[in-house]
Design a protein around this ligand. Sequence first.
Ligand SMILES: Nc1ncnc2c1ncn2[C@@H]1O[C@H](COP(=O)(O)OP(=O)(O)O)[C@@H](O)[C@H]1O
Ligand SMILES: [Mg+2]
Length: 301
Amino acid sequence: MNIVILSNGSGNYSTKRIRNAAKERGHNVRVISYAKCYVTLEKNNPVIYYNGEEVKDVDIIIPRIASSLTKYGSSIVRQFEMQNVFTTASSIAIVRSRDKLRSMQILSKASIDIPKTVFARETDDFDGVIEQVGGAPVIIKVARGTHGNGVVLAETRKAAKAVMQAFYVEGVSFLVQEYIEESAGTDIRALVINGKVVASIMRQSLDDDFRANTHQGGVGKSVKLSDEEKKTAQKAAKAIGLTVCGVDMMRSNRGPLVLEVNSSASLKTPELITGFDVAGQIIDYAVQAAKAGRRKDKIGA
Ligand SMILES: Nc1ncnc2c1ncn2[C@@H]1O[C@H](COP(=O)(O)OP(=O)(O)O)[C@@H](O)[C@H]1O
Ligand SMILES: [Mg+2]
């Protein structure tokens, strides 16, 4: 099959692994920097150009869209969708997963447990908001943050209020969340492919940071998920409409809580720690699903 990986980082571990897995399986594979693509639109003729040439006869795209380029990247994905090309992540699901508020709404509607969350814009009722999530300390997150940047732990009511006020002034959308103290500094990343958890790791911050992201200095180690944790991750992936994704969860006293679902989760730490061939699984899934035909997104949010 003709497979295109949409990635701006051809030297990136995940991109390289996916490309090699496709090659090993005898597919024709290219990495295309979506940021450098342009598209043309006219009646019934959606075309994509890369390096001055039309990109055509593609059977499968595997989007690896950076969060800084969600809008442009997902538009390129949409252009392929308009050509009926199979994608391992639909444009709408990518956009949905990148908005923390929208994701939380969808997860809660799907009866998935999440940290209690408040979203507000210009309320003066700071105390009310803080009380809603159990009082200080609270977590405050910008709606479109990633890699742990944009997640703040406000230890006191005063600090929480000041952070909220700062975000209001800057017009930044954010959410205020219950602080899951019992597993602060650790989280679980479960990679889900086609409805099943295929690899999972626990990430732990090395210093006393409450964020476990490897981009914040967190390290991964192996972890065995309970059935409940597996089911929760699988349910979250389904709710967001992503067939290839990384689900972040925290182990709380009341069970697993989902933090977010990532549409281009890194394969690096999970593969290196578990030894599992995640890239190969992505290709196998994509090829089988592309043959079966594209499924429509039915989430409705
Ligand atoms: N409600 C919370 N309570 C405690 N720690 C949290 C909470 N939410 C996030 N964290 C920590 O911060 C990290 C980043 O949060 P997350 O929502 O996944 O945002 P990002 O998109 O930046 O990765 C998590 O991996 C976790 O370690
Ligand atoms: Mg995260």
